[in-house]
Design a binder for this molecule. Structure first.
Ligand code: NAD
Ligand code: IPM
Ligand code: MN
Length: 357
């Protein structure tokens, strides 16, 4: 059975890490005899906007909806297109229209990479951020009044629904239940955000009744960020609203040495629509074009995509391959963010060779 993957490199380093993601996938597909068909798309990036005055063609939904998955690089080029235009015209549309309501973001200290936190070794940091991905603080409800005058008013509402909240909590509790530690931490701010967040806490408490084996704690987001730095070993599964989850899923990987390795899965668990796999990082204009971006975030996202498509063994082979290359720690191979002098390609090639076996 052929599985069809839509490939969208996007902007900046998205174009540099995507070939390495594909190189690993092609190697693993050959080794495990998996039939993947890649189809490349030139939209959902700022170059497309420059040519067409919009981020995507009007029929993007029709073009993509029957794929088995979407493999995305990164999007955003603020010098050309304001970020809220480019992101709301692409990635955030995918998440919402394809109902990818789970954003699953592993955070793991990998072998051979030095954490900026003192004395941390692999095994000490190994948790998931489960981020609500379609509503919350990322809402399109609000507006402006009296624009350009002294009476100017801007309002943006946070939208939390019981349906949207309970489904992400259920996913997070199921994940916690399946892991040895069976621990779930909820990110809240019910002291200051006094309507939505106490309600979020109530939904967590209600859901926990269905999971007697899962131990639950909660922290306000301010001290939670501090605890990510001071006690990353406390965490197993962290569930958070859209914005809190966004912040935590950059901070967590930063504690593991670089955001360049962090992957993400934007999942529509029902499979009604394609799920989307992309690194956590963005287009990195400061290093784009230099060939030094770490490709592991893209490659690991490809592994998450394979697992989602039912190829767990192949996914594990990709993870084992980059862990082996990191363990060897050849500076000529590794990218500068992990103390190497190599390039996106040297690291991508070394991983693909390992994958090939
Ligand atoms: P960013 O993630 O692009 O970069 C932040 C910092 O991390 C930069 O110093 C960058 O060089 C470094 N970095 C990122 N990825 C790296 C990698 N693979 N290897 C080594 N270093 C890496 O975040 P930003 O600068 O806030 O955003 C730049 C653009 O990307 C903006 O347009 C933003 O909206 C967009 N963005 C897109 C996504 C996405 O597509 N999912 C995510 C975040 C930001
Ligand atoms: C991410 C990104 C996006 C988000 C931006 C680019 C809209 O930061 O995927 O983490 O906030 O979700
Ligand atoms: Mn982010």
């Amino acid at each position: 059975m052929t599985q069809r993957i839509a490939v969208i490199p996007g902007d900046g380093i998205g174009n540099e890490v995507m070939p390495e993601g594909l190189r690993a996938l092609e190697a693993v597909a050959k080794r495990f005899d998996i039939d993947l068909a890649f189809e490349h798309f030139d939209f959902a990036c700022c170059d497309y906007y420059a040519k067409h005055g919009k981020m995507m063609p009007d029929d993007w939904f029709e073009q993509l909806k029957d794929f088995d998955a979407i493999f995305y690089g990164a999007v955003g080029w603020p010098d050309t297109v304001p970020d809220h235009i480019s992101l709301w015209g692409s990635l955030l549309q995918f998440r919402r229209q394809f109902d990818q309501y789970i954003n699953l973001r592993p955070c793991k200290l990998l072998p051979g990479i030095k954490s900026p936190l003192a004395d941390r070794k692999p095994g000490d940091i190994d948790f998931y951020v489960v981020r609500e991905n379609t509503e919350g603080e990322y809402s399109s409800v609000g507006g402006k009044m009296f624009e350009g005058t002294k009476r100017e008013v801007v309002i943006q509402e946070t939208v939390m629904t019981r349906h949207g909240t309970d489904r992400v909590l259920k996913f997070a509790f199921d994940l916690a239940q399946s892991r040895p530690r069976k621990k779930l931490t909820s990110a809240t701010k019910s002291n200051g955000i006094a309507i939505t967040m106490p309600w979020w806490d109530e939904r967590v408490a209600a859901m926990s009744g269905n999971y007697p084996e899962v131990s639950v704690d909660k922290f306000h987001i301010d001290i939670l960020t501090a605890n990510f730095v001071m006690h990353p070993d406390w965490f197993d599964v962290v569930v958070a609203s859209n914005l809190f989850g966004d912040i935590l899923s950059d901070l967590g990987p930063a504690c593991t040495g670089t955001i360049g390795v962090a992957p993400s899965a934007n999942i529509n668990p029902e499979g009604t629509f394609p799920s989307l796999f992309e690194p956590v990082h963005g287009s990195a204009p400061d290093i784009a074009g230099k060939g030094i971006a770490n490709p592991i975030g893209q490659i690991w996202s490809g592994a998450m995509m394979l697992e989602h498509l039912g190829h767990k063994e192949a996914a594990d082979a990709i993870v084992a391959a980059f862990e082996a290359v990191l363990t060897e720690a050849d500076p000529a191979v590794l990218t500068p963010d992990i103390r190497g002098q190599g390039t996106t390609q040297t690291l991508g090639q070394a991983i693909a060779e390992r994958v090939a076996g």
